[in-house]
Design a binder for this molecule. Structure first.
Ligand code: AP5
Ligand code: MG
Length: 213
């Protein structure tokens, strides 16, 4: 089984696809966004350092992210879905040279149009305990509801899911993603998917590239 990388615009469904896929394929899900939000919630030194940036939709430092990844993964024991990482050319280079060091992996890029991103993100709810992802409209839930999956956490709206911050995140993604895509395309690691499809249709396409191996 190979390691997988899910990159794509905010709201393109990286976390949603990772949640579904890991149940059947046995990967562990590593979302750098979830790791950073946990640091913030726990008021750790890292959390205090990045809080302002994350809430404004700006990127955390490349080396800080790499150290966070190293702290949370053991590639000798597990295969992972890296969700939202790498997010700069520097991170992509560190991943290839310092983390994977010759290991096999596949990169999925999820693309989706602007209206869909905004509609999805302004309606997103997340569990404050298990990080499960919901959509107010699709799942008929509200902020403050108990999480239907873990039955413990409460659902909340992310601080960076306000429309003005969403727009900044999308712009940043646009400028940062081009060189990353070129990097992985050159290494023949890249699969590009149309993420405007339904959750189950998209999951079928993600699996198709794993099942042919
Ligand atoms: P992160 O948490 O990774 O945010 P993001 O990349 O902006 O992506 P999202 O989590 O918003 O979207 P998603 O693609 O996971 O969509 P989801 O599945 O939830 O990062 C947050 C911040 O942390 C960054 O802005 C940055 O500041 C920092 N950070 C993180 N990683 C970093 C790094 N490597 N370097 C530096 N800084 C970093 O779905 C969204 C909604 O749509 C949900 O409601 C879902 O139910 C719905 N939905 C999903 N798929 C579909 C579908 N196919 N059809 C209809 N609805 C759908
Ligand atoms: Mg996510």
């Amino acid at each position: 089984m190979k390691n997988l990388i899910f990159i794509g615009a905010p709201g393109s469904g990286k976390g949603t696809q990772a949640e579904v896929l890991m149940k059947d394929y046995g990967h562990k899900h590593i979302s750098t966004g979830d790791l950073l939000r946990a640091e913030i919630a726990n008021k750790t030194p890292i959390g205090l350092k990045v809080q302002d940036k994350i809430n404004k939709g700006q990127l955390a430092d490349d080396r800080l992210i790499f150290d966070l990844i190293k702290k949370n993964v053991d590639l000798n024991k597990h295969c992972y879905i890296f969700d939202g990482y790498p997010r700069s050319l520097e991170q992509a280079q560190m991943l290839e040279d310092e983390l994977f060091q010759g290991r096999d992996y596949l990169v999925y890029f999820f693309s989706v149009n602007l209206e869909d991103m905004i509609e999805r993100l302004t309606n997103r709810l997340v569990c404050d305990s298990c990080n499960a992802i919901y959509n107010k409209k699709i799942d008929n839930l509200n902020a403050g509801d108990t999480c239907p999956k873990c039955k413990q956490g409460k659902l909340y709206q992310r601080e960076d899911d306000k429309e003005e911050v969403i727009r900044d995140r999308i712009m940043l993604h646009k400028t940062k993603s081009k060189p990353i895509l070129a990097f992985f395309r050159k290494l023949s690691r890249l699969v590009e998917l149309d993420a405007s499809k339904s959750i189950s249709e998209l999951q079928g396409e993600v699996r198709a590239y794993l099942d042919i191996d």
